[in-house]
Design a protein. Structure first.
Length: 319
């Protein structure tokens, strides 16, 4: 995995992980340093794929066919599409964190730190093998960290028609949680389709930084409420009153509602947001705030519990 330690940028990930950011190369340059955008591999299963990729330009890293040769993050400047990107190649994840020990444990901590500092996580998956639990755990790590995501399937040139068919089925089922992420089929060994990686990374960053004007957002939410209202639960039908985008990188939305919005309805709102505004390559965070109805003088309405408290408080005075 590759990542940068200053500003955040795109990242690619696979058996190892990398993160990218717009930063200066910290190594002593032979010529005046030029600004670089960062790109890297997000955490992945332990393998040599990502290190073979970043190690192809300089003899600064250990590359071996045996998985798990990456231990410490190594940054690398790679020129793709006429742009210099900074990748941080990190160690892959072998097993669950609570089962790790020694070098594997500390390598996983450094991998997680690199993902947090990245702008984009490029998840590099070995397409010759089935999508594993480790792959899904790495994806979850990147999503929870709020990074933009690009999925790169490595060793694509080695697949036959049968394997490609079953891989497509695996992608539909095992990677459904990031169906919004750009996908690139590459070969780190031969460099096949590497030129397609940059447009995918830039698309993910654009979605990651997208901001929707409040007026346009509320007009969109009004259309949703009118055409697809929330289901009635317990005789009540909560509805979205208004919303605002609280931030970007990743996009964060706050919805003010008259009652609790179910998870399924929130997923529906997220899906409609993607259909309307794009947000390709980025997770979306949606939170809901319930606005209580106000009684006279702006006080909350009396409920059975508050009524009993009021009666109990008055009882000593009456007696």
């Amino acid at each position: 995995m590759t990542s940068t330690t200053s500003s955040r940028a795109p990242a690619t990930a696979g058996a190892s992980s990398s993160a990218t950011s717009r930063a200066q190369d910290p190594r002593p340059p032979s010529s005046p340093a030029s600004p670089a955008r960062g790109c890297g591999c997000s955490p992945g299963r332990a393998s040599a794929s990502a290190r073979s990729w970043t190690g192809s330009t300089e003899d600064r890293v250990v590359v071996n066919e045996q998985a798990g040769t990456t231990r410490d993050p190594v940054d690398e400047l790679i020129k793709l599409g006429g742009i210099t990107w900074k990748f941080i190649d990190t160690a892959g994840i072998r097993r669950r964190v609570h089962l790790q020990e020694g070098a594997d444990y500390y390598a996983s901590l450094r991998t997680a730190a690199a993902v947090e500092k990245a702008e984009v996580a490029v998840i590099l998956i070995d397409s010759s093998e089935s999508v594993s639990v480790q792959d899904q755990r790495i994806i979850t790590m990147a999503v929870e960290a709020g990074r933009a995501i690009v999925v790169a399937f490595n060793k694509w040139d080695t697949l036959d028609e049968e394997r490609r068919y079953y891989l497509e089925r695996e992608i539909e089922t095992e990677l459904a949680q990031i169906a919004w992420a750009p996908r690139v089929n590459v070969s780190a060994l031969t460099g096949r389709h590497m030129e397609k990686l940059v447009p995918a990374i830039e698309t993910a960053i654009e979605g990651w930084e997208t901001r929707i004007p409040t007026g346009r957002l509320n007009a969109f939410l009004g259309e949703i409420v009118a055409s697809h209202p929330h289901p009635i639960r317990g005789g009540k039908q909560p509805r979205i009153l208004f919303g605002t985008q609280a931030g970007t990188k990743p996009p964060r939305f706050v919805l003010f509602a008259s009652g609790f919005l179910e998870h399924g309805y929130r997923r529906f709102v997220e899906r409609r947001l993607r259909e309307e505004f794009g947000f390709e390559g980025t997770p979306i965070h949606i939170s809901v705030r319930v606005r209580e109805k106000r009684g006279p003088c702006g006080l909350p309405p009396l409920t059975s519990s508050t009524s009993r408290l009021a009666v109990n408080a008055l009882a000593p005075a009456v007696s």
